[in-house]
Ligand binder design. Structure first.
Ligand SMILES: C[S@@+](CC[C@H](N)C(=O)[O-])C[C@H]1O[C@@H](n2cnc3c(N)ncnc32)[C@H](O)[C@@H]1O
Length: 240
């Protein structure tokens, strides 16, 4: 985000303020961090956490929809979002709002999941493939991470960079929890994607791997950053 002391920044889909409170340090006491989320409970928790962290004077969280933000154009020095696009139907709209509210030359940073990258070592891969697709399609935009580069290009952002964040887990229980597997499996059975017998084989396989201490899963997140261009009113040059 190329943050400097005194910058005004925004985090869309801020959740309970995990990132906004960290951002406070980078913009200093003269800066401002605004977190935006549609979940009221998250906003209450985030504002409480900002108070406890002693940064409530510069970090504020608001109940706004990222699809339509009540801020003037070019208002922020930098704009950030993490795992929001996977939850929205129209990521183009959100990114175009991010571009609108960021000043020319300011950085826009988005990190998101590509749920099709959830890969679990197992011997019933046919079940795994169907579960992967079903689970990915459960999100409004389960492929959000891999779409970011295209979306940034389509917004004519400059100096685009991409970073990939690979994760792995050897903890079966934790992996089930973080990937919401219980819910996905329940819904996959109800939707006829897998049978009860296939679920039984899938569970037996994963439980055996866990018992043998060889359980392994991996997952990838993608982060894309780019700068808002501005066109010179005189020569049509790009200025930053
Ligand atoms: C996976 S969480 C990301 C949380 C946050 N980035 C963090 O590090 O804790 C996604 C968040 O986006 C919020 N959200 C979903 N749709 C939204 C929208 N249209 N506008 C603003 N926030 C939204 C959800 O309420 C949720 O808190």
């Amino acid at each position: 985000m190329h943050l400097q002391i005194g910058h005004r920044v925004i985090d869309l889909g801020c959740g309970s303020g995990t990132d906004t409170i960290l951002l406070a340090e980078f913009v200093g006491p003269t800066g401002k961090v605004i977190g935006v989320d549609t979940d009221n409970q998250m906003i209450i928790t985030a504002n409480k956490k900002a108070k406890e962290a002693g940064v409530a004077d510069r970090v504020i969280h608001k109940h706004y929809d990222a699809m339509s933000l009540p801020f003037d154009s070019d208002y922020f020095d930098a704009c950030h979002t993490e795992r929001l696009f996977q939850h929205v139907l129209n990521a183009e709209n959100v990114l175009s709002e991010m571009v609108r509210i960021t000043r020319p030359g300011g950085w826009i940073v988005a990190a998101d999941s590509d749920h099709s990258t959830l890969s679990i070592d197992n011997s019933v891969t046919d079940v795994e493939w169907r579960m992967r697709r079903f689970r990915t399609d459960k999100f409004r935009s389960g492929y959000a991470g891999r779409q970011l580069y295209r979306l940034f290009k389509q917004q004519n952002l400059a100096d685009i960079t991409v970073e990939i964040f690979p994760f792995f887990s050897t903890d079966y229980t934790l992996t089930r929890y973080f990937s919401l597997l219980d819910e996905a499996e329940r819904e996959a059975i109800a939707a006829g994607i897998i049978t009860k017998e296939e679920l039984r084989r899938w569970h037996a396989d994963l439980e055996q791997a866990d018992e043998d201490s060889v359980f392994f899963a991996s997952f990838t997140m993608i982060l894309v950053a780019g700068r808002k261009n501005s066109v010179s009113p005189h020569a049509g040059d790009l200025i930053f």
